[in-house]
Design a protein around this ligand. Structure first.
Ligand code: ADP
Length: 227
């Protein structure tokens, strides 16, 4: 990260940390000032405190992922079906809780030249978003094919308005902050950063109320035809 970007980043992180911390302080102070005497009120305030602390926890987790994605690391031949299986398993409980079916369509014997951990990170962020922004009983699909090496994560979710599509890759950007309280808005900025490190491209197709699809095209290894 260049110096100016780093100082912007620190300013943005401080800004994102300030609100949940101020909320926790206010909630605890109100409890100590007498709200503790009213069990129902105390309970609801503690639930809100718990939400704010979860948000801080998510921020720290995402900031660590951001840091991990700061360099390209080692590119190797990665078995795509294995990575997709890992991500499907990791997100299975989240999908089950919303009765969302996660369908996979992976070309046999498909290998991408990538950093395996970062490929997991891309897949996890896209699949978690697809589940998060899809109503109950919806569908999510992970598709991968070669020549050119392409990964598509699509959903039947709430969709993204055309005016928002250009902004969703910005750090900390969330379309509707009130409805994404547990979210940090860092996931897609991490995805974009990793995509750039791989010399790949990412495209979004979305229709409000119908769903979204994120397509990543990896650069073919040098000397190989790309078509
Ligand atoms: P987070 O998921 O932590 O909010 P992201 O950077 O991953 O942050 O996403 C930024 C925003 O883009 C989300 O808050 C949401 O508004 C929108 N978004 C991302 N993925 C989807 C999706 N599959 N469907 C609808 N909206 C999405």
């Amino acid at each position: 990260m260049v110096r100016e970007d780093k100082s912007n980043f620190i300013a943005e992180v401080s800004h994102e940390l300030r609100l949940p911390l101020a909320n926790v302080k206010l909630l605890v102070e109100t409890l100590l000032d007498g709200a503790l005497e009213d069990p129902a009120l105390a309970r609801s305030m503690l639930m809100r405190t718990k939400d704010e602390v979860s948000r801080l926890q998510n921020l720290v987790t995402d900031l660590l992922s951001h840091e991990k994605a700061s360099s390209a690391g080692r590119f190797v031949k990665v078995n795509v079906a294995d990575r997709v299986a890992y991500v499907k398993e990791t997100t299975a409980m989240m999908a089950q809780a919303k009765q969302i079916q996660v369908h996979t369509d992976i070309e046999p014997d498909l290998f991408f030249r990538a950093n395996a951990e970062q490929l997991d990170q891309i897949l996890l962020n896209l699949v978690e978003n697809a589940i998060k922004f899809t109503p109950d009983k919806g569908k999510v699909c992970i598709k991968a094919s070669g020549k050119p090496d392409t990964l598509i994560v699509s959903d039947t979710g709430i969709g993204i308005a055309p005016a928002e599509i250009g902004k969703i890759f910005q750090r900390f950007y969330r379309v509707d902050r009130s409805k994404t309280r547990g979210s940090t808005g860092l996931g897609l900025s991490i995805v974009k950063h990793i995509v750039d490190l791989h010399g790949a491209s990412i495209d979004v197709n979305s229709a409000l109320g119908k769903g979204s699809s994120f397509t990543i095209v990896f650069r073919s290894p040098e000397g190989e035809a790309n078509g």
